[in-house]
Design a protein around this ligand. Structure first.
Ligand SMILES: NC(=O)c1ccc[n+]([C@@H]2O[C@H](COP(=O)([O-])OP(=O)(O)OC[C@H]3O[C@@H](n4cnc5c(N)ncnc54)[C@H](O)[C@@H]3O)[C@@H](O)[C@H]2O)c1
Length: 432
C-alpha cells in the first residue's frame, strides 16, 4: 500500500519504517527540514535500538522516502497517518490539537481520490469528528474517511512493539476503511496481534484510558512505597507478592520516581479535562495527577534529607536523566525539575546519560556532563541512580568513587541494600 506518515518523530518514524519493512511504500513527511535531510543521509534523530539499520535498509531499497513536501506526499498516498505532537496546552491542562488540525487543513487541499485519514497521534475524544468537519469543508465526504488508530509503542522497545503489538485498535464504522486497514495489518495479525474494530470515539478513549490506567498503577505503588518506608517493609516484596496475582500483574508495579515522559503526564491531564467537558468527574485520575506532582517534592525532600540538610557545594551525580532507560526523550523527565531545584540550593551537578549530553542543562553553570560513568561519579557526595540502564547495574562504587564518604540514592532499586551494607556504603532506595 502507499502510505504517508505526517510527522516523523518517535511514532511516525518508527511506524513508517516498520510499515515499509513489511513491503509498503511509505513517505515520511516532516516540516523540520534538518531532520528530513539528516534522515536521507542515514542520521537518525532519536535513540531507538535497531531503528538505524531498518531505516538504511528500506531507504536503500526505495520503499521508504523522506520529504518535506506535504502536498505531494498526500497526493501520492492512499492512507495518511497523522503522527504529529499533541502536547499539553499552555494552560497546563488539555491537549493542544493545533498541529493535528493544521495538518488536517493541509490534507483537505490535496484530496483528488479516496483517502483514509488516520489519527495515530493521541487525540481527545471527538477529534475525529473535528477532522471530518475540517476536511469536508473542501472535499466531498465520499472521498475520505477519518479513522482512529492509536499507537501503543514504548520508546526503547518501539520496533518490537510494532511487530508484536498486544492489540491493534481501529476506530471506524466505515467498512471499506476497516477492510483496507485489516489488510495493512494482516502480517501482524497473522503473528498473533489482536485486531479490534470499535467506534472512532471508543478508539480515541482506549488510548487515553490505557495510559491513565498505567499511570495509576505506578502512582499506586509509589504511594505504597511511602508507607513501606515508615513501617519497615520492603516495597519490592509487596510488588512481587501483588504482581503474582494474575488479575493484578507485575508490570508497572515497580516503585520509583514520579512518572514522566512524553505521554503519561499529558494524557492523564487531557482525559481529566475531557471528562470535565462532558460534565463527569474522573476523580481517580485527578488524584493520580496530584499524587505524582507531590511525589516530585517528596523525592526532593528525601534527597535533601540524605544530604543532612546541607546541599550547598555538594557534588551530586545523576546517572540517567531521561524519563526512563533506553530512550533519549527528556520530555517531562523528573530531572528537569529536580536538577534546577538542587542547583538553586547550591549543589554542583554532574551527570551521565548513555544517550549523551542534554541541551536542557546547558544553560546551568553548575551542571556538567561526563562522558562516562567513572568520571561522573568520582567526586560525588551523592550518586542518584535515576534510570535503570544496564550500564548502571554493575558499578564498582567502592573502587570508582574517590570521595570516601559518598552516599547512593537508588531510585530504581537496582542494587541490593544488604550487599551495600556489607560494603559499608550509605545506600538509600525507594520503599525500603
Ligand atoms: N513517543 C511515544 O512514545 C508515543 C507513543 C504512543 C503515542 N504517542 C503519540 O504520538 C504523537 C506523536 O508523538 P511523538 O513522540 O512521535 O512526537 P514527536 O514530537 O517526536 O514527533 C512529532 C513530529 O511531527 C512534526 N510535525 C509537527 N507539525 C508538522 C506538520 N505540520 N507537518 C509535518 N510534520 C509536522 C514535528 O516536526 C515532529 O518531528 C503524540 O500524540 C503522542 O502522544 C507517542
Amino acid at each position: 500500500m502507499k502510505l504517508c506518515m505526517i510527522g516523523t518523530g518517535y511514532v511516525g518514524l518508527v511506524s513508517g519504517v516498520c510499515f515499509s519493512d513489511l513491503g509498503n511504500e511509505v513517505i515520511c513527511v516532516d516540516n523540520d527540514l534538518n531532520k528530513i535531510e539528516n534522515l536521507k543521509k542515514g542520521i537518525i534523530p532519536i535513540y531507538e535500538p535497531g531503528l538505524d539499520e531498518l531505516v538504511i535498509k528500506n531507504y536503500k531499497n526505495n520503499r521508504l522516502k523522506f520529504s518535506t513536501n506535504l502536498k505531494d506526499s498526500i497526493l501520492k498516498s492512499d492512507v495518511i497517518f497523522i503522527c504529529v505532537g499533541t502536547p499539553t496546552k499552555k494552560n497546563g491542562k488539555d491537549a493542544d490539537l493545533s498541529q493535528v488540525y493544521n495538518v488536517s487543513k493541509e490534507i483537505s487541499k490535496s484530496i483528488k481520490k479516496f483517502k483514509i485519514i488516520i489519527t495515530k497521534s493521541t487525540v481527545s475524544v471527538t477529534t475525529g469528528e473535528e477532522i471530518e468537519k475540517i476536511v469536508s469543508k473542501k472535499v466531498s465526504k465520499k472521498l475520505f474517511s477519518v479513522v482512529s488508530n492509536p499507537e501503543f509503542l514504548r520508546e526503547g522497545e518501539a520496533i518490537r512493539d510494532f511487530y508484536k503489538p498486544d492489540r491493534i485498535i481501529i476506530g471506524t464504522s466505515h467498512k471499506k476503511s476497516n477492510n483496507i486497514l485489516k489488510n495493512l495489518y494482516a502480517p501482524l495479525i497473522s503473528r498473533g496481534a489482536k485486531y479490534l474494530n470499535t467506534s472512532r470515539r471508543a478508539a480515541e478513549l482506549i488510548k487515553y484510558s490505557s495510559n491513565a490506567f498505567l499511570a495509576t498503577k505506578i502512582t499506586f505503588i509509589n504511594e505504597l512505597a511511602n508507607l513501606c518506608e515508615k513501617i519497615d517493609v520492603n516495597i519490592e516484596d509487596v510488588s512481587i507478592g501483588m504482581g503474582l496475582d494474575k488479575r493484578i500483574g507485575s508490570r508497572f508495579l515497580r516503585a520509583g520516581p514520579p512518572y514522566g515522559g512524553s505521554c503519561f503526564p499529558k494524557d492523564t491531564k487531557a482525559i481529566a479535562v475531557t471528562a470535565d467537558k462532558f460534565k463527569t468527574n474522573l476523580t481517580i485520575i485527578k488524584s493520580v495527577i496530584k499524587s505524582n506532582e507531590n511525589r516530585l517534592s517528596l523525592i526532593l525532600r528525601r534527597i535533601i534529607h540524605i544530604l543532612m540538610n546541607s546541599v550547598k557545594n555538594k557534588n551530586i551525580c545523576f546517572l540517567g536523566v531521561t524519563f526512563k532507560a533506553n530512550t533519549d526523550d527528556m520530555r517531562d523527565s523528573p530531572c528537569l525539575s529536580m536538577i534546577p531545584a538542587l542547583i538553586k540550593k547550591g549543589a554542583k551537578i554532574n551527570y551521565f546519560d548513555p544517550t549523551g549530553e542534554k541541551s536542557d542543562f546547558k544553560k546551568f553553570k553548575n551542571v556538567v556532563f561526563s562522558n562516562n560513568i567513572k568520571d561522573a561519579i568520582k567526586k560525588s557526595d551523592l550518586i542518584i541512580i535515576h534510570t535503570e540502564w544496564n550500564d548502571f547495574k554493575t558499578i564498582n562504587f567502592k573502587k570508582d568513587v574517590k570521595n570516601k564518604k559518598f552516599s547512593i540514592f537508588d531510585m530504581r532499586n537496582i542494587y541490593s541494600a544488604n550487599k551495600m551494607k556489607d560494603q559499608k556504603i550509605k545506600y538509600f532506595s525507594i520503599g525500603n
